[in-house]
Design a protein around this ligand. Structure first.
Ligand code: ADP
Ligand code: ZN
Length: 747
């Protein structure tokens, strides 16, 4: 039985107590008791308005009241909202996420109630019908007493309405070919009477019966297995593992079709939904209509309509960012997480959670299948496959015989670029050849702006953010220095703030803007475009640049990791990775894994159609395992070696990590609080606490930051250890503590 039917109104008690527990979307650890008052039949999941202090707040009935507080001191539920109740499975999910992330229950509820306005009933459409008997009197104008005396325009309105359903004034005017004033006049005369119509469905139903393209044998095997899991129902987790361009999307579309035919809703999580114009287009081609989209850039009205359509089961397929996990699906039957390895699935503020992992939990609670999709699966997922918890399906080849690109490393020690430039002679030559052949090239450099560092040549002073432990990045296009951590912006100062000497600033190192300058000097004829989060601000600008590249209006695309995401450019045959070593430094435990995933994905943009692709990696460390693996393509051996390292050191996924981050405006109090936490740190077999230590970003947005890192074995619970630990600590009011279970960022 689908979980949403379990929202039973029966509590089992003979005389139900008139108390209910109501959870509020505020950072509170538990629900509060209220008297049911005028609403004795409230059931778990019902949305209600309750008083809180002097305010009224919308909350969710979580269960029967506990009666711990004297009844006389409780307040009454004010109102029950006319909205579909929050499904049982979503309430269990909220509890699970709160418990796992050590967040207040109400803070997680807030993510599931992000659109309170959607709980108000949708505004009905004001429409008009003919008053009783009007139609019958139409033909009897001669008998003055009863007949209707109508101008020709009014008559057309009456005739238009006589033959059809009630309509809005604008529609009637259009159908009758008259002005809206004529309709209004008839309404005032009482010939038309108002009626309310329910608003039209916001989303058409994607058609699960439409045929997709014929599948290759390996694609058909994978699609068959996924569809069978959907039809059978029940929890299962499957990794869909295939090289870029192997048709993974095509294959999971088949699973979506199966879910639609089974009458179930589908959730597809993408890491960068704002950049997914091509994905949406493909979905629309395949299923005949656009899916519902969910991300932070929606307007308030779009959010309201979408939330309601999901809750009422009208939106059948939702494609979204992390937060789409918390929508109130009544009939969810399949979850797909595309690019499951992508770091963007980790939410780093507020409730800190890994959406991919929580999606697996959501599937488990709902008893439904989940598909994790990647060409470079995370070590976590590979380990789950190895342990038999997840099943794996493989697509070994690119579709239609397109070959994988040839990857070569350029040893920058042997082939250095000229001074103050960044492209080696080898890459320059390859670019020249590609452009001469009328093909397209892409240069990848994961650095926005012109230069990552600006220093004063007179005294060596480096321009730094006043609010963060970070250098200011010069952006020449916007003529500003920018902090990439807090958004601080300032024009380049006239003189050095340290030594006062004017005009001695020098940019150090390249960003994409500086690279574009070099390219323009080398290839003045080539039309180039920069693609970064500065130039791609939303779905529209993303779609526009994709269109320009596909229409061959661009010869050379220069971009940050944004260019790695799923775009399909048939004429793109050369990818140059300007600084392949960039992500390898810094003590992040996933540095090698992530660099490999990102560079592999970027490389996968080359040669996706008939023409073979070539990838050049500029590196000062060509013997590094990441470079060797990108060249050899032996992914699984690389992952095995990574896994072996992590197993030896007890790091995830073989051990567990949790970070505690203390922050506050006053460095000394943060320090003191961190030391106090350090003194009471848990001890025991398998448990290790590192720190407190200043965070690498020791100051962020003016807040001083200290970190502690708890490491324990897989069979131990960091949540239990931390709960116990924090129970004894009282933090001063000006110090905030964030807990990050399974940290991905160590800044
Ligand atoms: P992936 O998701 O693995 O990168 P895609 O599903 O995007 O691969 O497929 C790559 C390209 O090949 C797309 O343009 C897709 O439409 C095409 N393609 C894949 N499989 C088929 C198929 N069976 N029939 C027709 N086109 C296909
Ligand atoms: Zn800053």
């Amino acid at each position: 039985m689908p979980a949403h039917h379990a929202n039973s109104r029966a509590t089992g008690a003979a005389a139900p107590r008139p108390l209910v527990r109501v959870l509020l979307p505020l950072p509170l650890p538990e629900p509060y008791d209220y008297r049911a008052g005028a609403h004795p039949d409230l059931a778990p999941g019902d949305f209600v308005v309750v008083p809180l202090g002097r305010r009224e707040v919308i909350g969710v009935v979580w269960g029967p009241g506990e009666g711990a507080v004297e009844e006389a001191r409780l307040k009454d539920v004010v109102e029950r909202l006319d909205a579909p109740p929050m499904p049982e499975v979503l309430r269990r999910f909220v509890e699970w996420v709160a418990g796992y992330t050590l967040s207040p229950l109400g803070a997680v509820l807030r993510m599931a109630m992000s659109v309170p306005a959607a709980l108000a009933p949708p505004r009905p459409i004001a429409a008009w019908r003919l008053a009783e008997g009007v139609a019958g009197r139409l033909g009897s104008e001669d008998r003055e007493s009863q007949g209707l005396r109508l101008t020709p325009a009014r008559r057309r309105v009456v005739e238009a309405l006589a033959g059809g359903p009630p309509r809005s004034a604008a529609e009637i005017a259009r159908d009758a070919g008259v002005g809206v004033g004529v309709v209004k006049g008839l309404a005032e005369a009482g010939v038309l009477v108002p009626v309310s119509l329910p608003p039209p469905a916001a989303f058409a139903r994607p058609d699960g019966q439409r045929q997709g393209p014929p599948l290759s044998p390996p694609q058909a095997v994978a699609a068959g297995a996924l569809s069978a899991a959907v039809t059978k129902g029940g929890f299962s987790a499957t990794l869909l593992d295939g090289v870029t361009g192997s048709g993974k999307t095509e294959v999971y579309f088949e699973a979506i079709a199966a879910a639609l035919r089974a009458g179930r809703q589908v959730l597809v999580l993408l890491p960068e939904i704002a950049l997914s114009a091509q994905w949406l287009e493909r979905f629309t081609m395949r299923f005949g209509t656009r899916p519902a989209v969910w991300h932070s850039d929606l307007t308030a009205a779009e959010r309201r309509v979408t939330w309601r359509a999901v809750a009422r089961g009208e939106a059948r397929v939702v494609v979204g960012a992390r937060s789409a996990l918390f929508l109130p699906y009544p009939e969810l039957g399949l979850i797909v997480v595309d690019e499951e390895h992508d770091g963007a699935f980790k939410q780093e503020d507020g409730v800190i959670y890994q959406a991919r992992d929580m999606a697996v939990v959501r599937a488990h609670l709902g008893g439904i299948p989940i598909v994790l999709v990647s060409a470079t699966p995370s070590l976590e997922t590979m380990q789950n496959v190895a342990a038999g918890r997840y099943r794996a399906l493989h697509l070994p080849d690119r579709h239609a015989g397109a070959s994988l690109p040839r990857v070569e490393a350029i040893d920058m020690r042997v082939n250095p670029p000229p001074r103050q430039s960044w492209l080696s002679p080898v890459l320059r030559q390859a670019l020249a050849g590609t452009l001469a052949a009328g093909e397209q090239a892409m240069l990848f450099l994961n650095r926005r702006g012109y230069a990552p560092l600006t220093l004063c040549r007179a005294c060596g002073h480096r321009l730094q953010c006043p609010n963060c432990t970070a250098w200011l990045v010069e952006h020449r296009l916007s003529r500003r220095l920018q902090c990439h951590h807090c958004g601080f912006m300032t024009p380049l100062p006239e003189q050095c703030p340290s030594c006062g000497v004017p005009g001695k600033f020098a940019p150090c190192g390249p960003g994409v803007e500086r690279l574009a300058e070099e390219v323009a000097a080398l290839f003045p004829q080539a039309r180039s475009a920069i693609m970064t989060s500065d130039t791609i601000t939303g779905p529209l600008s993303a779609a526009e640049i994709v269109r320009r590249v596909q229409a061959r209006e661009v010869d050379l695309l220069i971009g940050t990791q944004i260019v790695a995401k799923g775009h399909h450019f048939p004429l793109l045959t050369l990818v140059g990775i300007v600084d392949a070593d960039l992500g390898l430094h810094g003590g992040d435990l996933r540095a090698a894994e992530r660099t490999y995933q990102l560079l592999h994905q970027v490389a996968g943009r080359a040669g996706r159609a008939e023409r073979p692709g070539r990838v050049l990696l500029q590196t000062y460390d060509p013997n590094h395992p990441v470079m060797q693996t990108l060249v050899s393509g032996d992914r699984d051996r690389f992952l095995e070696n990574e896994a072996e390292d992590r197993r030896r050191s007890g790091m995830p996924p073989f051990g567990r990590l949790a970070a505690l981050i203390l922050s506050g405006p006053d460095g000394d109090s943060v320090d003191a609080a961190a030391r106090a936490l350090g003194r009471t740190a848990p001890q025991g077999d398998g448990i290790l606490v590192l720190g407190p230590a200043p965070a690498p970003l020791a100051v962020l947005r003016g807040r001083h930051r200290r970190r502690l890192l708890l490491k324990c074995r897989r069979d131990q619970s960091p949540q239990a250890l931390i709960r116990h630990w924090l129970a004894e600590v009282k933090l001063p009011g000006n110090v905030r503590l964030q807990v990050d279970i399974d940290p991905y960022s160590f800044l």
